[in-house]
Write a protein that binds this ligand. Sequence first.
Ligand code: GSH
Length: 259
Amino acid sequence: MEYVEPEDARKLPGLRLALTTGVPGPWSEAAKSVFHVKKIDYVPVRQTATEANEELVAWTGHRNAPQAIYDDEPPRIGWEEILMLAERLSSEAPLIPADPRDRALMFGLSHEIASEDGLAWNRRHQLLAPMLSAPDAATNPALAGGRVLGANYGWSADAAARADDRVCEVLGLLSDQLAAQKKVGREYLIGEALSALDIYWATFCALIRPLPHEQNPMPEFLRASYGGISEKAADILDEDLIAHRDLVYEKHLQLPLDF
Ligand SMILES: N[C@@H](CCC(=O)N[C@@H](CS)C(=O)NCC(=O)O)C(=O)O
């Protein structure tokens, strides 16, 4: 992926997407995948994880990723804002179900995956726990990046202690939803067709069981950390959800991941 620096990207018209570079960040992968499925072109813009990203902040007022900026409209920084923008920009491959009940369920379940206190948010608490509960967590220079993430995303020892319950709850919820769909002969998580929920599950599954190295190269320590779920979560994890992740990638998304 060829990234444009924020100070150059801000001068361009159209859609610009700030993405975390060099690591497969699930929020960034989810946003890229939404635009890919809808065949919407964008200029990828550099965001560097845990850094100050001053140029980006000077332009959009936000430091992290993803951020979608269309023409001179306000930046869209949450997954649902980014999805709404994508739906507005193209009617190709609608990702929000038309039926109001399916629509509400799609947003609710996506929230449980991608929003504050959702599956990925709590996995991040767990990933940070070994670093931020170390005796020298507040001072060790090697843990500076972890401290930034912890401070930005609500890490505390208490939050980390309850994280696994939330991870397990959401895995159970998604498993029930997929099973209910299969029972009535449906292939996707909601309704009869691909929705944004399938994309969020497939991309955020990286924090549960990363794709194999050939499809998603990453350093071994990161792979171990992304895939290092608790025994309880491993017991709850439904292999049908993994098969569903594979189906979504094979049929709709791009492999290998390019970040
Ligand atoms: N509000 C965002 C969440 C974005 C988010 O959590 N981004 C994190 C992913 S770990 C990030 O940018 N981390 C790197 C950093 O903060 O520099 C969304 O809903 O898409």
